[in-house]
Write a new protein. Sequence first.
Length: 295
Amino acid sequence: MQIFVTGATGFIGSALIPELLAAGHQVVGLTRSAEGAEKLWNAGATAHEGTLEDMASLTRGAERADAVIHLAFDHDFSNYQDNCRKDAAAIAALGKALAGSDRPMLITSGIGMGIAGPGELSREDVLDLGHKNPRIASERAGQEPLQKGVNLSTVRLSQIHDRRRQGLVSYLVDIARGSGYATYVGHGQVRWSACHLSDAARLFRLAIDRAERGARYHAVDEEGVSLRAIAEAIGDSFGLPVQGVTADDAEKHLGPMAAFATFDMPASSSLTQDRLGWKPAGPGLLEDIRAMRRD
Ligand SMILES: NC(=O)c1ccc[n+]([C@@H]2O[C@H](COP(=O)([O-])OP(=O)(O)OC[C@H]3O[C@@H](n4cnc5c(N)ncnc54)[C@H](OP(=O)(O)O)[C@@H]3O)[C@@H](O)[C@H]2O)c1
């Protein structure tokens, strides 16, 4: 298939391109810059100029493709709500372009969206369209295309990591290196799930090939790594002391990351593993964090 991939130049998109090419697909990647276009060409993909703000560019990309994988997202977390709304508008535009066809479309969401209640594992069969996390806007936006018959499925991502980057953990690393100590909130009992980049890329490829309308998949290997263990690994990696902050001080110290650092989001991927025959095999999150300094 010719697959239109938004966010193709990003962390996950860059790992997904070789997966898709190796499976015999062609990739057309959305990019907003000449550097992005060059990166795509070098990776064996074709560049499609456009932005998340330019709906006509998204429509053109989707109309010409056999399938769409939507990964692009503006990660300025100081503007998170607006960026989630922007994502919803992009999903609506891509969905409209595919309406009336059975061409598959994959959208991306966060793992926290599948949590039914405090302490529970996020699960693929849970969908709460009134979830308090603004990222639910992405899944809400997927409902209309689905109702109009679009073959849309969703991949929810945990902290996707390799030795260079580890999802939201990378923001905690930057904060730790800036402040001189690695931190967690309270006793650090909040848990984040995690998955290696190579496993996440393989999951996207399996999901687009399977094209199961309405499916939700979880890119999760480790169900829950505590924020305390994460802070300790950051401390080890960069030779920094580790120190807890109170919930009252979390925002002062962590800024927009405070909302995530106090959000317990353990997650399961058992339905995904059964449905796709997907078995994560990459190294663990703490191993990758500890390897960062050496690399
Ligand atoms: N990485 C994780 O651990 C993780 C966890 C949960 C969810 N996710 C979700 O997974 C998806 C991919 O994440 P990622 O880590 O690969 O992101 P990333 O490395 O930050 O890359 C973001 C991509 O989006 C593109 N983009 C950003 N703003 C854009 C705009 N206004 N118009 C067009 N393109 C734009 C970027 O293009 P440029 O090259 O032009 O900047 C880049 O290709 C996102 O939806 C993200 O929220 C990721």
